[in-house]
Design a protein around this ligand. Structure first.
Ligand SMILES: Nc1ncnc2c1ncn2[C@@H]1O[C@H](COP(=O)(O)OP(=O)(O)OP(=O)(O)O)[C@@H](O)[C@H]1O
Ligand SMILES: [Mg+2]
Length: 350
């Protein structure tokens, strides 16, 4: 947790043996460039304004629920807030549990309760004031069982004086109503392109990455508002390429299906030959392109295709939506892709 909070900047570099120069530590850039304080959080104006009001005007911090798509700053924002609020006391004032920890009902009853029970004073060792409560961060809260969530609502009430809870999740619909009604809810939005540009340009300068302007644009477009994706791709590209990174390199690292292959699938769907269409799709999957990726690119291509009538688009996209949902629940990729292309052909060969 502490290492998380200090964003890696305070992590000790490996000293190596004897007089050998220590090898430079390669820190994942998503950690290195994680916002250090609330001021560094980009966009997400609503939550940032509320947190600043707590920090600057001394307003009460409510129990909170942050929800929204991956890579938009939920974890970073609450960790930045913890650091701003508690300073060097953060490690003892914050308890962070994520999906990799056991978070069944027993943990909520014991671990969370024990942490919440002990009181905290309102002064840091350096004499500075600091809130007299503790913060419990439940990351990926949408994967908590219903019974654990039930147990949590009582704990939240009982320890409301000494503790603040912050739940983070992607799917707010998986959080039970009694919890959502006890928290201030903040929706995290996909990061706007210009914000992503600024961040990527900043990292490009700081790390001296050789990347063309077109490739930066491709990177932002591929990341689609997910800052983690953009930064991770940039780091992988930097490792892989000594020469200037091009848009094609970006598409390679993002495992984007080549646009012409998607067009071929659509063309075969129109030609009424189910077998030909299937051959094209299977070739794509055999080449290792992920089903989810194929699905999303097919969706974009269908939406952009003026030759497809609106009612046909509705039916195709409806099927893609169902498949997307099924895949999130662990359905078989091949079956879902077959369902999509079957509808695609039915619609396009009318
Ligand atoms: N709003 C933001 N401002 C600045 N950096 C951001 C922001 N959102 C994301 N990032 C960058 O992207 C990385 C991932 O962000 P973070 O872990 O906070 O995402 P998340 O919303 O918690 O995602 P998930 O839902 O997958 O847990 C961070 O390390 C940070 O560098
Ligand atoms: Mg997170």
């Amino acid at each position: 947790m502490e290492q998380f909070l200090i964003g890696g900047s305070g992590a000790k570099a490996s000293t190596g043996g004897g007089k050998k120069k220590a090898a430079p530590r390669v820190l994942p850039w998503i950690e290195k460039y994680r916002p250090k304080g609330v001021n560094d959080v980009c966009a997400q104006e609503e939550v940032v304004a509320m947190l600043k009001a707590v920090l600057i005007e001394g307003k009460e911090l409510p129990n909170m629920l942050f929800y929204g798509p991956p890579g938009t700053g939920k974890t970073s924002t609450i960790l930045a807030m913890a650091r701003d609020m508690f300073g060097n006391l953060a490690s003892e004032r914050v308890c962070e549990l994520n999906a990799s920890d056991e978070r069944g009902i027993a943990v909520v009853r014991e671990k969370v309760k024990n942490f919440a029970m002990t009181t905290a004073n309102s002064q840091r060792a350096d004499g500075k004031k600091c809130p007299n409560f503790k913060l419990i961060i439940l990351d990926e809260a949408d994967s908590m069982t219903k019974s654990a969530q039930e147990a949590l609502r009582r704990t939240m009430e009982v320890y409301s004086k000494s503790t603040r809870f912050c739940l983070l999740c992607n799917y707010v619909s998986r959080i039970i109503d009694p919890i959502t009604s006890r928290t201030a809810k903040f929706r995290f939005r996909l990061l706007p392109k210009e914000i992503q540009y600024n961040q990527i340009r900043h990292i490009r300068e700081a790390e001296n990455v050789q990347i063309s302007e077109n490739a930066v644009e491709e990177l932002i477009s591929v990341a689609a508002g997910d800052m983690r994706r953009a930064v991770n791709f940039l780091q992988s590209l930097h490792r892989l390429h000594e020469d200037e990174i091009t848009p094609d390199d970006v598409r390679d690292v993002a495992i984007l299906c080549p646009a012409e292959k998607i067009d071929e699938v659509i063309r075969e769907a129109r030609s009424k030959s189910y077998e030909n269409m299937l051959t094209k799709v299977q070739a794509l999957l055999q080449d290792g392109y992920p089903a989810g990726q194929f699905m999303h690119q097919l969706q974009d291509a269908v939406i952009a295709d003026d030759a497809i009538e609106d009612f046909q688009k509705v039916n195709i996209i409806n099927q893609i939506g169902k498949a997307d949902h099924a895949l999130t629940d662990g359905a078989d990729e091949k079956v879902q892709i077959l369902a999509i292309v079957s509808v695609l052909q039915r619609e396009l060969s009318r």
